[in-house]
Design a binder for this molecule. Structure first.
Ligand code: XBP
Ligand code: MG
Length: 253
């Protein structure tokens, strides 16, 4: 196995728990702006999360839950406009500090930078959403920590397709076996494994029952030196919080 050179992170659910109290809330605010009484409850949103991409998710919702809903204009541009409003609400929420990073994320990123690992992001969310999260958690300069931020419509086929990871690898000029991916969901791991990347999973409330076959390890969180992770599946190789030594060991294992 070649030496580990880069860490590639998913954003939603992995860096931060953005779905329930961020994206979901922003979708509902955009629906209200448009005069719609649609309410994406915490429960319905679990089903909606089977589709990645906000525009694609709205289309799926209409097809499944509002089959008689009709708009005068072109449906694609109707969805695109409503999605713009959703992004505005989401960035507004996050710029007010609504969502923190998950435990251990900041520590792991700092350690990776100290040890000169290369960093990238591979996500289906809109680029502005990544910037606002990073700026309001790690500071403005953290945008420069990631040499590639592969996000949103930059590739036509979103996760579970491997395209977004393939894109990040190509931009970095690295092979999959020189990198490791960090994910939280079934669609995420299908995408990263599809790009031949070893993948470390941290679960959250929405993804705790997902199938993570093929993961290097499944954890509840990265943990901190004084607050260990719980192993959901796999061998933690004697570690009790995720640091670079453990990431390297999982990459070689
Ligand atoms: C993230 C998503 C995104 C966000 C919404 O999935 O599915 O669609 O929920 O973002 P992953 P946009 O973590 O697997 O990348 O509304 O900006 O599309
Ligand atoms: Mg995710």
């Amino acid at each position: 196995m070649p030496e580990l050179k880069a860490l590639i992170f998913d954003v939603d659910g992995t860096l931060a728990d953005t779905e329930r109290d961020g994206h979901r809330v922003a979708f509902n605010l955009a629906f209200a702006d448009a005069g719609l009484d649609w309410d994406w409850t915490v429960e319905i949103y679990e089903d909606l999360l089977t589709v990645t991409g906000g525009k694609e998710r709205m289309q799926y919702f209409m097809d499944k839950y509002k089959p008689v809903f009709d708009v005068a204009e072109d449906l694609k541009s109707y969805i695109a406009n409503m999605h713009k409003a959703k992004t505005a609400h989401y960035t507004d929420l996050l710029s007010r500090g609504a969502i923190p990073l998950r435990p251990g994320v900041e520590r792991l990123l700092n350690e990776a930078r100290e040890k000169e690992f290369r960093l990238a992001i591979a996500t289906t969310t809109t680029p502005e959403n990544v910037s606002v999260l990073l700026e309001h958690t790690l500071g403005k300069e953290s945008m420069d920590w990631f040499e590639v931020i592969a996000a949103g419509d930059i590739v036509p086929a979103k996760k579970p397709a491997p395209d977004i990871y393939d894109y990040a690898l190509e931009k970095m000029g690295l092979n999959a076996d020189e990198c490791i991916a960090f994910e939280d969901s079934r669609n995420g791991i299908l995408s990263s494994l599809g790009a031949n990347l070893k993948t470390i999973i941290t679960i959250n409330d929405y993804t705790k029952n997902h199938d993570f076959t093929g993961a290097a390890i499944v954890l509840d969180q990265y943990g901190e030196p004084d607050s260990p992770f719980t192993v959901i599946d796999g061998d933690a190789l004697g570690f009790d919080y995720l640091n670079i030594e453990m990431v390297k060991a999982l990459h070689t294992a």
